[in-house]
Design a protein. Structure first.
Lengths: 345, 248
């Protein structure tokens, strides 16, 4: 009798096994464990995890580091303080990046998504690689102000990190390289590819309403030269006429070239509805103000991008509304609500 | 005597005929730091006087030597693998780099770079000599600091900091400098049992008073980012290195 019972169970297992296999396939399609993947409508990613093969364990260490105040000198702030997941990993509550001891930087915290497609980071593109990216805010005296040597000492003193790095990297002694690679695995897995605009690009033309489509047409005429492709950026550095003088050297600080003064990275517009305030200097608070800038506010900066007319494009009120409507179709709720991208502590 | 000579010839022939069984040895590079004729170690009790009459007291003097290559008498080039070395001047004026697994040969030339090549500057998180925790890395403008000299002008009590690097945009910010020596008429004879010693003098005064410019602390006490000034200073310090002798 017990044997017969086991036989039934065995058969059930085999049947269920088949359906589990099917379920696995579906799960893989919806990317259940946080992991990098290449969306079909995106260009080829820049970061391909060479010398840093991705595992679930290492990605999880990276997530914990991202949300851990241990990486600030006084252990009060983590990356999350300026990169809030529900706000598209931007900081809606401060114009400028907000460091320890109530210090402020001079530029707005950028929104984070699709970082694996970038070959330079920060508004001025000064950072050349996703793995070295976190070392800037961690060590910056007006941000987290922690020397890498001290960060590594702290991780080696932590029971969690000590055993996690031993288990997933196979090392007795954590080095900065291990910390940075783990963070890169998490950061490169921040993929936003589920907005209505994504569905539209993949062929579902019905997902945008008439006003959004009108906005898209205007966007393609006036904005798309720089905010191009599925990532809505060509990764170049431009001046967009926020001011007629060089108040911040921007890209020019990195290249030392006069022609780069006052230029900043063309940001991705993904989740732009949620990533206020806008521009490197946080000078615009709403999408309406952003559109108004391009309509009537473009100033004659010496390095103004030639595709932008001084004085602006003079959009009609209807066109401004259509542009704002289109920009809201870049909101990716699945990304903003993804619990795998939240604070695990 | 005759037997010994024959034995030597036989060995040489074997090496030439069977390169796959070639043996290896070591080479020692010595960097002997001086201010003109005075040895420099850190800390040092006596100030050095630069060409601008300033009293120089160093607290830090560190630099990268990388991509070391040896050229043998046949014209073959041997390249050290993963060739990145951070030299930090401390209580000993002489710093050493030991090259291992160098094929047995007579070497007639040496090349290396002061700094870190552009590729490695943009290749992600590094370890060892290139660990960014060594504080020879600009986090905000990613790239290695090739040479870091810090200290005090004791007369005016003015601190100086020279963090020299930069690999972008051709010559405008590229501070990479290559050093190349022709050993002639000497050779460095590498065998499994003989480690030649290549002794170099490094005249730190050239940092201030070099081929490219006169650097004065009064007018430029802080050069801490890539740019034309950094390139000029790198040309100055490239002039520091001088082959003194080879000891076989």
């Amino acid at each position: 009798m017990p044997l017969a019972k086991y036989g039934v169970v065995l058969w059930l297992c085999l049947i269920i096994g088949v359906s589990i296999k099917c379920a696995d396939d579906r799960l893989e399609d919806s990317n259940p464990s946080l992991q990098f993947y290449q969306p079909s409508h995106f260009p080829q990613a820049e970061y391909l995890f060479s010398n840093n093969p991705q595992t679930a364990g290492i990605t999880e260490i990276g997530r914990r580091l991202f949300f851990d105040p241990i990486l600030s000198r006084d252990s009060t702030i983590s990356c999350e303080n300026c990169h809030v997941p529900v706000s598209g990993f931007a900081d809606p509550s401060h114009a400028f990046s907000h460091g320890i001891d109530q210090q402020f930087g001079s530029r707005n915290s950028p929104a984070l998504s699709n970082l694996a497609w970038y070959s330079s980071f920060m508004w001025d593109g000064g950072i050349a690689h996703i793995e070295t990216m976190p070392s800037a805010p961690i060590t910056n005296p007006i941000e987290m102000d922690l020397a890498l040597r001290e960060a590594v000492l702290r991780l080696n003193r932590s029971t969690y990190y000590k055993s996690a790095f031993a288990r997933h990297f196979g090392v007795d002694e954590i080095e900065s390289q291990h910390m940075l690679k783990a963070m890169a695995q998490f950061m490169a897995s921040l993929i936003s590819d589920q907005s209505p605009y994504d569905a539209f690009l993949k062929g579902d033309k019905s997902v945008l309403n008439e006003e959004e489509k009108k906005g898209l047409n205007l966007f393609q005429t006036h904005c798309n030269q720089c905010h191009s492709g599925a990532l809505t950026t060509d990764f170049s550095f431009k001046n967009n006429g926020l001011s007629d003088s060089v108040e911040d050297e921007g890209r020019g600080h990195i290249t030392t070239l006069t022609v780069d003064l006052g230029k900043f990275k063309v940001p991705s517009l993904r989740n732009i509805e949620k990533t206020l305030p806008y521009m490197h200097n946080a000078s615009l608070q709403t999408l309406e103000e952003v559109v108004e800038h391009y309509s009537s506010g473009i100033q004659a900066h010496p390095n103004l991008d030639p595709s932008l007319p001084i004085g602006g494009f003079q959009f009609s009120d209807d066109n401004k509304e259509a542009l704002v409507a289109f920009l809201k179709s870049l909101t990716d709720e699945a990304y903003l609500q993804d619990h795998r991208l939240r604070n695990p502590w | 005597m005759a037997v010994a000579l024959m034995s030597c010839d036989k060995d040489n022939n074997d090496n030439n005929n069977n390169p796959s069984t070639a043996t290896t040895g070591k080479v020692l590079l010595e960097f002997d730091h001086h201010w003109n004729s005075t040895a420099v170690s850190i800390p040092h009790s006596t100030d050095f006087i630069n060409g601008s009459g300033e009293l120089v007291q160093f607290s830090t003097f560190r630099y990268y030597i990388s991509n070391i290559e040896l050229v043998d008498s046949e014209g073959n080039t041997w390249k050290e693998e993963e060739s990145y070395h951070l030299l930090s001047l401390g209580t000993n004026a002489v710093l050493e780099i030991e090259l291992d697994l160098v094929p047995t040969a007579n070497y007639v030339g040496l090349r290396y770079t002061i700094g870190v090549d552009s590729l490695r500057n943009v290749s992600g998180a590094q370890t060892g000599a290139l660990d960014p925790a060594n504080t020879m890395f600009w986090t905000w403008n990613s790239g290695y600091i090739f040479l870091k000299a810090e200290g005090l002008e004791t007369n005016t009590q003015k601190n100086f900091a020279y963090h020299i690097g930069g690999f972008r945009n051709g010559n405008r910010t590229n501070a990479l400098q290559e050093i190349s020596y022709d050993f002639a008429p000497s050779q460095a004879e590498v065998t499994p049992s003989a480690t030649p010693l290549i002794h170099q003098m490094v005249n730190i005064k050239k940092l201030f008073d070099g081929a490219a410019m006169t650097l004065s602390i009064a007018s430029s006490s802080n050069v801490v980012m890539p740019g034309q000034m950094a390139v000029d200073i790198s040309r100055n310090y490239a002039d520091m290195f001088e082959l003194h002798h080879i000891h076989n």
